[in-house]
Design a protein around this ligand. Structure first.
Ligand SMILES: [Zn+2]
Length: 234
């Protein structure tokens, strides 16, 4: 009977050197491209624990490195999370969760719901697969109770590798880029294209991933003839 391959994730992780900031393999580290910029709105990225373990295609950490007014928290549910609850109780914030829904508002329809002078938009962004994000939201009663913010139009993810189960399921870094764009269009942010860096990094990430995939495919094709005995072309 074949043994199940269930060696711990940490053992797997130690096989390559990782960057401690973006968690990518050192040779693919993108920290050098990061150009941090300031936004008026504050972001809290809630990273599902499962997503934190498989960071090869993760975009949340890189997004966080670009956004000066952001923080990243890891967990599966945040109902009792002290940091989240202290932010929610802070009267200087007007909190929303970035998540679609029938009652979701967007920067175009936000209008009167835009925070008054002296209040800052606080946006919780859930990082994880569609299923993980849904479960995180369902379990975190404090986040689930928040008004929802969504996009004014639908965007397609430029991720060719990670299969997005739904059209509007863009990666976290893309979501933050589009949110900055829409906030800017609505006159809420003045970023002078500083948010473009999010897309630049995203495209680099996709390129690395495509090269990796192509290398893997080439490797497969190349190895095959080698195994054939008496191959005259070898
Ligand atoms: Zn790095």
């Amino acid at each position: 009977m074949a043994k199940k391959n269930n060696f711990p994730i940490d053992a797997k992780k130690n096989n390559r050197e990782e960057c401690y900031a973006c968690y990518r393999a050192k040779k693919n580290c993108l920290c050098g491209s990061v150009k941090p910029f300031f936004t008026k709105m504050r972001f809290v990225i809630l990273m599902h624990t499962k997503e934190a373990r498989k960071q090869r295609t993760g975009t949340a950490r890189l997004a966080k490195l670009c956004l000066k007014n952001a923080e990243l928290l890891i967990g599966t549910e945040f109902t009792q999370n002290e940091r989240v609850n202290s932010l929610l109780q802070d009267p200087s914030y007007s909190p929303f969760v970035l998540y679609p829904g029938p009652k979701a508002v967007n920067f175009k329809t936000l209008g009167n719901a835009l925070p008054a002078e002296g209040k800052t938009l606080l946006i919780f962004v859930i990082d994880g697969t569609w299923a993980c994000a849904k479960s995180l939201l369902n379990k975190s009663r404090n986040i689930r109770a928040l008004p929802r913010l969504s996009f004014s139009r639908s965007y397609m993810s430029g991720f060719a590798i990670k299969k997005q189960p739904r059209e509007h399921c863009v990666s976290t870094i893309e979501a933050l880029y589009y949110l900055c764009e829409e906030a800017q269009e609505a006159g809420y942010e003045k970023l002078n294209a500083a948010n473009e860096i999010l897309m630049v990094i995203f495209k680099k990430l996709v390129d690395t991933q495509l090269n990796y995939q192509m290398g893997k495919d080439r490797g497969r094709q190349y190895k095959k003839p080698k195994k054939v005995p008496g191959d005259l072309n070898a």
